[in-house]
Write a protein that binds this ligand. Structure first.
Ligand SMILES: *Cc1c(COP(=O)(O)O)cnc(C)c1O
Length: 368
């Protein structure tokens, strides 16, 4: 049995008639660019998250860039972000003219370690970007406390964490602003690129909307960029949104089965959820000492796996200029060679989950 890492077609088949229907409708209406579909989805997503404004854009990376421009990032301003994430989180800081300052992660939760943030703050620091990595919220209270005390902004990168909660608060509601990706493989995914930012700040929302759309239509009050969510993607997202809670529960059920079975394998460390947080399992990431061998054996059994991410950001050539060493980010460095993401998606059947569990158990035996 072959288990792909995700199966977007399987999800499509569960809602095929609705999806086909709305795509046909958008085509019939030629409602390709800013249209009712886009405006409706923005309103639905703002309501789902529990924020005043949702400004849609072309993808989750643009969303981070737009927010930073909206917050008035100036050349040389320093932004602190996590050492282990997808590169969108840090590349946008540079794009917006800022300087990336990496902070180590917590070894167990993979999210930014708040206890290491203070020592990175300089007179040039303007903000912090925590990432709710793999679907678990970062430890927001200490981050927000530092930000309030030092007058820094906070952008939550929620690209992997739709609907996750921290102490009863949904991700996206805690920072100055937050960003989401609706990349096809994300927990809520379009059929192409899509993203948005959310905020309760009226001024930031209206500036971002202006900036993302060429600085205004008719009257260009500022120079902007072109970053739009298109009508087809918005309509698809509106069809999928009512299913998101159920899909999230299904991810959690699979994670619980993995947790149970892998508890019997002492060399496999399963994801740890910190107190008062809920996990939405965009990714299920285990840690093992002989990761490459395990990945190889799973591949032989037809199980697709991924490395999210094979290096912490400071160790990619893109950040070679910063000259970081393993000792700078001991936890991220420790984790990068041990993490392995195994398949988790709502459409996995019990048989598929059982096959993954059996294959991991067998492969661990072979690795011993
Ligand atoms: C997916 C992702 C983004 C943005 O992704 P896009 O592909 O630009 O929509 C940003 N941050 C993280 C952590 C992500 O996983």
């Amino acid at each position: 049995m072959n288990i792909p890492f995700v199966d977007l077609h399987a999800q499509y088949l569960t809602i095929k008639s609705e999806i086909d229907g709305v795509i046909a409708e958008v085509i019939r209406q030629s409602a390709f660019i800013r249209s009712k579909h886009v405006i409706d989805f923005e309103a639905q997503w703002a309501k789902t998250v529990g924020v005043r404004h949702c400004v849609s854009c072309a993808n989750g990376t643009d969303a981070i860039y737009i927010v930073m421009r909206g917050l008035g990032l100036k050349p040389g301003d320093e932004v602190i972000t996590t050492a282990h994430s997808w590169i969108s989180t840090s590349e946008t800081i540079t794009q917006a003219g800022g300087r990336v300052v990496f902070c180590d992660t917590d070894r167990e939760t993979f999210t930014i370690d708040p206890s290491r943030i203070e020592s990175l703050i300089t007179p040039r620091t303007v903000g912090i970007i925590p990432v709710h990595l793999y679907g678990q919220p970062a430890d927001m209270d200490p981050i927000l406390a530092i930000a309030a005390q030092r007058r820094l902004w906070v952008i939550e990168d929620c690209a992997q964490a739709h609907l996750a909660e921290y102490k009863g608060r949904q991700v996206g509601t805690m920072g100055t602003a937050a960003t989401f990706s609706f990349y096809p493989g994300k927990n809520l995914g379009a059929m192409g690129d899509a993203g948005c930012l959310v905020t309760n700040d009226d001024k930031l929302a209206s500036w971002s909307e202006l900036f993302a759309r060429h600085g205004g239509k008719g009257e260009h009050t500022i120079e902007g960029i072109n970053s739009r969510l298109d009508g087809i993607q918005a309509a698809i997202l509106s069809v999928k949104l009512p299913h998101l809670m159920k899909w999230t529960e299904e991810r959690r059920k699979i994670a619980a089965q993995y947790d149970d079975h892998f508890a019997k394998l002492p060399t496999v460390r399963t994801p740890r959820i910190a107190a008062n947080r809920t996990h939405v399992y965009h990714l299920y990431v285990i840690r093992v000492e002989n990761r490459d061998a395990l990945q190889h054996h799973l591949n032989e059994s037809g199980i697709a796996t991924m490395l999210n991410y094979s290096k912490a950001l400071p160790y990619y050539p893109a950040y070679g200029r910063l000259g970081h060493t393993p000792a700078d980010f001991p936890n991220a460095y420790h984790n990068q060679s041990r993490i392995l993401s195994i398949p988790i998606y709502p459409e996995m059947t019990d048989e598929m989950v059982a096959h993954v569990v059996d294959s991991v158990s067998r492969a661990i035996g072979l690795c011993a």
